[in-house]
Design a protein around this ligand. Structure first.
Ligand code: NOJ
Length: 536
């Protein structure tokens, strides 16, 4: 991407993931809803200053996988409100200059979806091939060794017709069959529907899974299970390589079909629509194919590498440079540190790393996606395995957003118990408390977002690593007119960094600004600073 070329909105945007169930409860049933999200748009657009929200699923669903098991793709679940509430949310968001990206779940539906109840009813039902059905293996048992991300075989026997159906997640989430033209047409129709109702883009759930091996060939088994494997979302990845139950070449054809629908809407409405996609961590060359061969894939295939990288200057620099090198011509990078499937960063790495993480995410070259509560430095909320509603324990990173210090945290009406308990330390973690403290994590995020927006080198400038050793990661972001040095001391010792030339502190992780910097920059442990270097 040429520096200073006109950038698309999604290239300069900060995107914010809203998990509606846990964001704000307007109806008073203890579960967050769309009206709750609408009530917080001023916070998002003006107080925090993000540019777009990605809404996790709000469609009718038995909620076996918290909305990722959809029983009607073109409606709103009453637990989240009404269809009118969605329209209000979009209108109110657009009125504040906020874009709305919806979750699009093309890989599977709920087993309660009428498509599936029809499909499973007989071998010759017209929608039989809308799902992935297979005969038992010759000697009996599942058709292949594929495992589910929720544990056990990915094949579910259905006695009514004597075949297995594929369910890469819960048994209640049968996989849709994108090899069926009729299914594709129906799912692309879903996309049309939401774009027609104002969505500015989509986040495609498990995009890499859309095409499976046509003969269901076994996945290679790992002789030695991976060690130190702590990925909460993928409990089975240490045992087999998921090569045949996903990632077949047709994936890219299907994504190109979605992209055509988006481009068509962009052209027709004059409003650019974006495709983000959940793509698991995989070798860079495979990941980069998600952009498409001729920019006909997704705009932002999520880059989850920073979630999995060691928190060391060397590993982080390697990860950033890896993405930069893997980008096809004209493609745009992106970064994610947290989401609703993973442990929060403060839990994964420790609270002491939260501020540097914020500075890193918001100063790298590429679109950052924040997860609700990330801007408060929230840790997971331990709820105890006996209270988990999700078998993978992801509840702990989905606790109610703490808005105020009053009992219940202002998540819903006073006195209503939320679906998960509120954070216990509301007097320090809540939005209200942090807004009062000029040096809070929230005020750091606000400062970073504002500064990013007004600093061309951060929005569109080149990236260059200048130091990745002795606990410090330093990099330059530069346009022809502006040069900014970001220096992060990730280590437990204080550090002193030599500046290439004098400059001015734009912001440090304690929220200080504007001091002149001469020859050296002193960084206490676990702290970082952004310096605009004086012109040469
Ligand atoms: C990825 C989603 O982020 C996760 O929450 C969900 O369980 C699976 N896909 C299945 O939809």
């Amino acid at each position: 991407m040429a520096v200073n070329a006109a950038q698309e909105w999604w290239q300069t945007a900060v995107i914010y993931e809203v998990y509606p169930r846990s964001f704000a409860d307007a109806s008073g049933d203890g579960i967050g809803d769309l009206a709750g999200v609408t009530s917080k748009l001023d916070y998002l657009a003006n107080t925090l200053g993000v540019d777009a929200i990605w809404l996790c699923p709000f469609y009718p669903s038995p909620q076996v996988d918290f909305g990722y098991d959809v029983s009607d793709f073109t409606a709103v679940d009453p637990v989240f409100g009404t269809f009118g509430d969605f329209g209000t949310l979009v209108r109110e968001a657009h009125g504040r200059g906020l874009r709305v990206i919806i979750d699009y779940i093309p890989n599977h539906s709920s087993d309660q979806h009428p498509w599936f109840t029809g499909s499973r009813s007989s071998l010759d039902h017209p929608k039989r091939d809308w799902y992935v059905w297979a005969d038992p293996a010759p000697g009996g048992g599942p058709p292949s060794n594929w495992t589910s991300e929720m544990g056990g075989s990915a094949w579910q026997f259905d006695a009514a017709t004597g075949q297995y159906y594929l369910r890469s997640f819960h048994p209640e989430q049968p996989d849709l069959n994108w090899r069926s033209a009729a299914l594709r047409q129906a799912m692309l129709g879903v996309l049309e529907f939401w774009l027609g109702h104002g969505a500015d883009g989509i986040r495609i759930d498990v995009a890499h899974m859309l095409a499976k091996h046509p003969e269901f060939a076994d996945n290679p088994v790992r002789e030695q299970p991976l060690r130190n494997f702590t990925d909460r979302q993928h409990p089975d990845f240490d045992r087999q390589e998921h090569l045949n139950d996903r990632l077949q070449p047709e994936v890219h054809e299907y994504l190109a079909m979605m992209r055509r629908v988006l481009d068509d809407w962009s052209a027709r409405s004059g409003r650019k629509r974006v495709a983000m996609a959940e793509v698991e961590v995989m070798p860079w060359d495979r990941w980069s194919r998600f952009f498409g061969r001729r920019d006909d894939g997704v705009h932002l295939p999520f880059n989850f590498r920073l979630i999995e990288a060691d928190w060391s200057p060397q590993a982080l620099a390697a990860s950033v440079e890896g993405q930069e090198a893997a980008l096809p011509l004209g493609a745009w990078p992106n970064y994610v540190l947290q989401n609703h499937d993973r442990a929060r960063l403060a839990t994964r790495l420790g609270l002491r790393h939260v501020r540097n993480a914020a500075m890193l995410l918001l100063t790298l070259r590429g679109t950052p996606t924040l997860y609700y509560g990330e801007e408060l430095g929230l840790a997971d909320l331990p709820v105890g395995q006996e209270r988990w509603l999700d078998p993978l324990g992801r509840d702990e990173s989905r606790a109610p957003m703490p808005w105020t210090s009053e009992p219940g945290g202002g998540f819903g009406p006073l006195g209503v118990s939320s679906w998960l308990p509120p954070y216990p330390d509301l007097a320090t973690v809540s939005v209200a408390a942090q807004l009062r403290d000029p040096g809070s994590v929230l005020n750091l995020y606000r400062g970073l977002i504002t500064m990013r927006r007004s600093t061309p080198a951060l929005l569109g400038g080149r990236y260059e690593t200048v130091k990745a050793e002795d606990g410090c990661l330093c990099y330059l972001r530069s346009t022809d007119e502006q040069e900014v040095l970001v220096a992060l001391n990730l280590g437990a010792e204080s550090a002193s960094i030599e500046l290439p030339r004098p400059g001015r502190l734009l912001l440090d992780t304690s929220c200080h600004r504007r001091q002149a910097q001469r020859k050296r920059l002193d960084l206490p442990r676990y702290s970082g600073a952004i310096i605009e270097l004086d012109p040469n």
